[in-house]
Design a protein around this ligand. Structure first.
Ligand code: PLP
Length: 431
């Protein structure tokens, strides 16, 4: 047991550099968070050595008495964190990620080429909800299933529930999928369940982005209306990188077996027990009253930052936010998300370019996405959010100045940004 720094200084030094980047900069990527030391310890533990294909009490390998305890504990904590009755809901804690949790769910409940409807990617949906382009079926969820995405209203950026209901009536999906990666508003699960019921379709909610907020009860509750809820564990929930599948077992006695068999052996092999330990730790923290405060602060922070950006004259998609994320539309000021992402990186601020409603190019989208989960984990509050919004404004002004001098090509922009004195100054300020 030689410590990493001694056994492999090269990897240790990369970890050190990344640690410095994460804590000297401002992490504003909406799908990221800073997990706790306890979670990271469990995630980096000796549990990575163990194979445990199967489920607690029914494994394909010996030596799993402690792993069985761990997985059961994680399941109990998952149900507790989301306030779920174990007689009504079950959970599988083995998915390696959100993508595999979603694909295992489809594998469990659908037949190949069944019809699914999820929020379109350009509207803020996720790849795994049936994404394809005019040229290509991109996601396995569109390769193996017939997908007809629904969209947000092009004027308001809000979900078009009426259009969705009408299209569901025509398309007749077997599964309606809610949830997304870039939708700044809460979801009306009651209305969605009415649409799903009218088609006798499953209602699945992928709450990957907002699961921490749902656990803290500061967002609408999908469990009230959905048959299946999937989530990643590493976004607002603040755990290690993985996925969970919750299934409602009181209405369909077969669903539990179908979901479990779809995770293993259909889609995965042995569970990552170190990750399951990390999830268990994060779920204990999510059930603590302090986490409720954290989640409420995440939303206050995003709303404060959004308001300030609007005061600075920016257009936000849906004109604000009800969760942890904001979408800034740069088209009215003639910039692209790629340029802001590039400049932000140079300043030690991480954001990501993102499509805004009505965008014609996915490669050079007209906006960027911000999220407040990670900064809130660093105990930042409204006061700091105002400073961050002012900072983003100054950065955007520099972007406009550079573009004014060198023109619209990204390569020229990058070159000029690297040597711009104002950019160096902003980076120093962030550190
Ligand atoms: N579902 C949603 C809504 C997401 O936003 C993401 C990731 O960003 C995923 C699923 C996929 O998660 P993973 O990257 O863990 O596969």
């Amino acid at each position: 047991y030689t410590p990493l720094a001694e056994a492999d200084p090269e990897v240790q030094s990369i970890i050190d550099d990344e640690t410095w980047r994460q804590f000297s900069g401002l992490e504003l990527i909406a799908s990221e968070n800073l997990t706790s030391l306890a979670t990271m310890e469990a995630n980096g533990s000796i549990l990575t050595n163990k194979y445990s294909e199967g489920l607690p009490g029914a494994r394909y390998y010996g030596g799993n008495e402690h792993i069985d305890r761990l997985e059961r504990l994680c399941q109990q904590r998952a149900l507790k964190a989301f306030n779920l009755d174990p007689a009504v809901w079950g959970v599988n804690v083995q998915p390696y990620s959100g993508s595999t949790a979603n694909f295992a769910t489809f594998t469990a409940l659908l037949q190949p080429q069944d019809r699914i409807m999820g929020l379109g990617l350009p509207s803020g949906g996720h790849l795994t909800h049936g994404y394809y382009t005019a040229k290509k079926k991109i996601s396995a969820s569109s390769i193996y299933f017939q997908s007809f995405p629904y969209q947000v209203d092009t004027k308001t950026g809000l979900l078009d529930y009426e259009g969705l209901h009408k299209n569901a009536d025509l398309f007749k999906p077997r599964m309606l999928i809610t949830g997304g990666s870039a939708y700044p508003r809460d979801w009306d699960y009651k209305r969605l369940s009415e649409t799903a019921k009218s088609q006798q379709a499953y209602l699945m909610s992928d709450i990957a982005h907002i699961s921490g907020l749902v656990a803290a009860q500061v967002q609408n509750n999908p469990f009230e209306y959905c048959d299946i809820v999937t989530t990643t564990t590493h976004k607002t929930l603040r755990g290690p990188r993985a996925g969970l599948i919750f299934f409602r077992k009181d209405k369909d006695p077969e669903v539990e077996g179908k979901i479990n068999a779809a995770v293993f052996p259909a889609c995965q092999g042995g569970p990552h027990n170190n990750t399951i330990a990390g999830i268990a730790v994060a779920l204990k923290q999510a059930a603590d009253p302090a986490f409720k405060e954290y989640a409420a602060q995440v939303i206050k922070n995003s709303q404060t930052m959004g308001k300030r950006l609007i005061e600075h004259g920016y257009k936000l998609q849906t004109d604000g936010s009800e969760n942890h994320l904001l979408l800034v539309d740069l088209r009215p000021i003639g910039l692209t998300g790629s340029k802001i992402e590039e400049l932000a990186d140079l300043c030690g601020v991480t954001v990501n370019k993102n499509a805004v409603v009505g965008d014609t190019s996915a490669l050079t989208p007209g906006g960027y996405r911000l999220g407040t989960s990670a900064l809130t984990s660093r105990s930042m509050k409204e006061e700091e959010m105002l400073k961050v919004a002012d900072f983003l404004h100054r950065m955007t002004q520099i972007a406009l100045e550079i573009q004014g001098k060198v023109g619209k090509k990204l390569v020229d922009f990058k070159k000029a940004a690297h040597t711009h004195e104002g950019v160096k100054q902003l980076k120093k300020e962030v550190e």
